[in-house]
Design a protein around this ligand. Sequence first.
Ligand SMILES: Cc1cc2nc3c(=O)[nH]c(=O)nc-3n(C[C@H](O)[C@H](O)[C@H](O)COP(=O)(O)O)c2cc1C
Ligand code: FES
Length: 607
Amino acid sequence: MTDDTAQTQAVKTYRLQLLICAGTGCVSNRSFEVRDVLLEEVKKQNLSDEVEIVATGCQGFCAQGPIMIVQPDGIFYQMLTVDEIPHLVAEHLIKGRPVEKLMYVPAKGEQPIPKLSDIDFFSKQRLIVLKNRGLIDPEKIDEYIARQGYKALAKVVTSMSPEEVIEVLKTSGLRGRGGAGFGTGLKWELARKSPGDTKYIICNADEGDPGAFMDRSIVESDPHAVLEGMAIGAYAIGVGHGYVYIREEYPLATKRLHIAIDQAREYGLLGDGILGSDFSFDLTVHRGAGAFVCGEETSLIGSLEGRTPEPRIRPPFPAQSGLWGKPTNINNVETWANVPVIINRGGQWFASIGTESSKGTKVFSVVGNVTNTGLVEVPMGTTLREIVYDIGGGVQDGKKFKAVQTGGPSGGCIPESLMNLPIDYERLAEIGSIMGSGGLIVMDEETCMVDMARYFLDFLRGESCGKCTTCREGIAAMHDIVADICNGEGEPGQIELLRDLAETVGDASLCALGGTAPNPVLSTLRYFQDEYEAHINDKKCPAGVCRALIHYRIDADKCKGCMLCNKQCPQDAISGEVKEPQVIDDEACIKCGVCRESCKFDAVLIE
Ligand SMILES: Cc1cc2nc3c(=O)[nH]c(=O)nc-3n(C[C@H](O)[C@H](O)[C@H](O)COP(=O)(O)O)c2cc1C
Ligand code: FES
């Protein structure tokens, strides 16, 4: 893992430092309980003066949680439980023998890897936004400051004019990480030049994409980076007050944000006369109710003002008339968190990373049928293959890869043949997908692409605010057609109808929710049309997913008559004697798949 600031060593006064993850993923796997038992055990063994225990933010490898790193050697432990702690303390902390059975094993039969720096998931990433992850306690401002925190803000308020700050941002080529990819420096300049004494900035932490957790993780693991970025933006644009709009479902991130704001105020880094200058700036945290459309900037502004969160036609853009009619600049969490590093290292340094049109790194949440689920930061221009295979460890359970979906619910599904594509904003758009905010869902051979399109359309039809007819009715109509196809009621001509509808919804919708909603349909039609045709013409689901089009059958040659499927079937649809092949009654079968899951001999087939 390349970290673009100096790596910290363990704090000198302690022999060992235990960095236990307290991100949402690990907390839900009981990392606070593990931390408490560690504290007790360390105390019991009289090690409190030698061993420091630090609760950090998300370290990125959430599926392996709770995870812990022991410094200074960088030993990585995963899937910790409270029961294992006494043994771990006795072996590693007292006898100096790291515990192998708690280490990461890349694949079945391979040797455990002791050090975090030797694990591909970490070593192949490049950290700029996430540079502090796992290294600091996000609830302690001193730890952020110790890693160059607020240095950029100090530099800006003491030695740079607002115009110079904007120029650095423009040179860096930073583009908004919330989806649209608009140039950040240019956007700041428009807001700065917009007439008016009162202006606002907003941090968009709504993050409504299913499966996405980049922004939550950044706020949880490094809240001060977001605050510092916002303070710098406020200085550049000429703003005295800002808002963080964060979804209600993010309680831990919200708590850490409040703690960070209080600490920054206490240190004179927010409030009146920041760092003794005449620049004043403060923040309010606003909790959003969690509708996907609230992430759209004009809806978000409506929600902040207490109105129904519906998008409105632009222009005027928020930079001209935003919150309460005042010039407003809105940026995504990751965009703001990039700003301090750019000021510290320079616009040209940032612009040297990435592709011709997309600079810097991008954080992705890699989920789905992938071996290493987690949060990944890579330079723009990294190929999908590198993300899915080198970092993600490939498809789970040795299955074959089918597609990767980028860009959230309104992104596109990309096939194996395009896995070597270096990803940036333009290239993803060329192949029918979008960068979106960085959701990346891996799908294996057992995924039905028609069913996948149905799933995303179902989400989008539920989340459409309903204000414009094309989006409201068009997405529902596309959903109904795709659902009919999945249910075996597809008819010839529906593929053409879907294409027409998709183009109309994309062209005529009011905001980008409707504008991008056709992507799941159009991309699956573009790369997987044969699956639609099999559903419509042959009444078959090649992936064996769509219930109306499949039948379960027991292979008599493979079945050993163990009766497990027979006992598990909730419908009593399986009959047969012990040690004899079992038979499924097709009429009684509800195709729940329990028999297939329970069979140890792969004898249950889908036809
Ligand atoms: C339906 C919809 C949902 C959106 N959700 C988010 C979101 O959750 N977070 C976000 O930063 N941007 C989201 N956006 C994009 C915002 O409208 C806006 O472009 C972004 O916040 C600007 O910040 P940036 O320039 O830093 O990307 C969404 C857009 C649409 C159309
Ligand atoms: S929450 Fe612990 S690694 Fe993500």
